[in-house]
Design a protein around this ligand. Structure first.
Ligand code: ACO
Length: 370
């Protein structure tokens, strides 16, 4: 047996309390998590990214500001995480607003009208509401009246899960144009009195238009998704679901804020991302030397550096923008992909790997031939 969900039973009594999970079984073998890597798309039906875009709030929160909120320092945050500032939404600004702006930029680049979109998939754990999905809210705001819409909850791996799901719909010929979004408003589930988490998080959104093409050898050529639900208690939001609905007591106990066992996650993050990259390279039938750029989840610069060291991949070919936006969960990889493309780090023909890990715990990645 290992960690439990921080035993909220001891903190709260009320509806649902009797069904709380107290303990979970240890993973069978953490070094060999179960994951299936999918092979390149069927000939004739490839999924290409036709446009990307991102949006972050204008309000910048620096490490100096955090020094005034909790017992921390700019030096500690920079040395331990690589983060210098993050963006925070304004009052009244929601996940769907950031998603809308990011989506419009991706659609502009892809020259795609709202009516052409067949499906909207939003990776998020901080959507506008529990339901309807943020994808449905976005569908309405865009006027994408022909699109089906759904959210994907995979923590920080949300965008990767959404992107690989989009690829499947394209490969089967079900849809031709899919809007994939990663968006988070983590500031609204952040405990601003907890220095162990509040210094790490930020708000933002990124979007990609994924299209079907008959051109072989381009686009998302391999994908891999994995999960280990036994590690859920390492990163979770105790209340707000049906297990612990919102009550005065749950709010007083601060159960609606994100909780994290940072040390435990650090190790899984390094190992799962390193293993995912290796398996993706095999699945795509390429070598590490062929990979122009790895775009990892931006959770901690030390995690990124440790992953690169483990797979002996040079940091010069690993994209990092954590200093500007901190950890925006589902949004980090797509924000980074858009920045990498628009600063000339990716050109036609390049192999690029997106890789992430997150709450669940989950992990995953894709290989894209640009
Ligand atoms: N400022 C100053 N000191 C701090 C802070 C802070 N913000 N936070 C923790 N400390 C202290 C600790 O109390 C501890 O003090 P002690 O030695 O006196 O006990 C010391 O710093 C070291 O603490 P550690 O937790 O060992 O620090 P570590 O180097 O592991 O860094 C961190 C902590 C940054 C959380 C790291 O473990 C990490 O990045 N983990 C992964 C986080 C992550 O990726 N989360 C997943 C994504 S989050 C999401 O999904 C939204």
């Amino acid at each position: 047996m290992r960690t439990c969900y921080n035993c909220p039973l001891s903190e709260i009594k009320g509806p649902g309390a009797s069904s709380l999970i107290h303990s979970v079984t240890a993973p069978r073998n953490e070094s060999e998590p179960v994951a299936k890597s999918s092979q390149p798309c069927k000939p004739g039906l490839s999924a290409v990214i036709a446009g990307t875009g991102f949006d972050v709030p204008t309000r910048v929160m620096t490490n100096a500001e955090l020094e005034k909120l909790v017992n921390t320092s700019d030096q500690w945050i920079v040395e331990r995480t690589g983060m210098k500032e993050r963006r925070i939404v304004a009052d009244g600004q929601n996940a769907s607003d950031l998603a809308l702006a990011a989506a419009q930029r991706a659609m502009d680049e892809a020259k795609t009208n709202p009516e052409e979109i067949d499906l909207i998939i939003v990776g998020t754990v901080t959507g506008d509401m529990l339901f309807p999905s943020t994808a449905c809210v976005l569908q309405h705001k865009l006027g994408a009246t022909n699109a089906a819409a759904m959210d994907v909850s995979a923590g920080c791996t949300g965008f990767i899960y959404a992107l690989d799901t989009a690829r499947q719909f394209i490969a089967t010929g079900t849809y031709r144009t899919i809007l994939v979004v990663g968006v988070e408003v983590l500031s609204r589930i952040t405990d601003w009195t907890d220095r162990g988490t509040c210094v790490l998080l930020g708000d933002g959104a990124g979007a990609a238009i994924v299209k079907a093409t008959a051109e072989n050898g381009r686009g998302i050529i391999a994908g891999l998704l994995g999960a280990d639900g036994s590690r859920g208690p390492d990163l979770y939001q105790p209340a707000g679901g049906t297990q612990i609905p919102a009550t005065i007591e749950s709010v007083k106990q601060r159960l609606h804020y994100l909780r994290m066992n940072g040390n435990a996650i650090f190790k899984v993050a390094v190992r799962s991302m390193a293993r995912t990259v290796k398996r993706l390279i095999d699945a795509a039938r390429i070598t590490a030397d062929d990979v122009k750029l790895i775009i990892p989840h931006q959770a901690n610069l030390r995690i990124i550096e440790a992953m690169a060291k483990l797979i002996r991949f040079p940091m010069e070919r690993v994209f990092v923008n954590i200093q500007k936006y901190a950890n925006t969960s589902s949004a980090t990889t797509i924000i980074a992909l858009d920045e990498a493309r628009k600063t000339g780090r990716i050109v036609a023909g390049d192999f690029v790997i997106l890789v992430a890990f997150g709450a669940g715990l989950t992990w995953g990645g894709v290989v894209i031939r640009w």
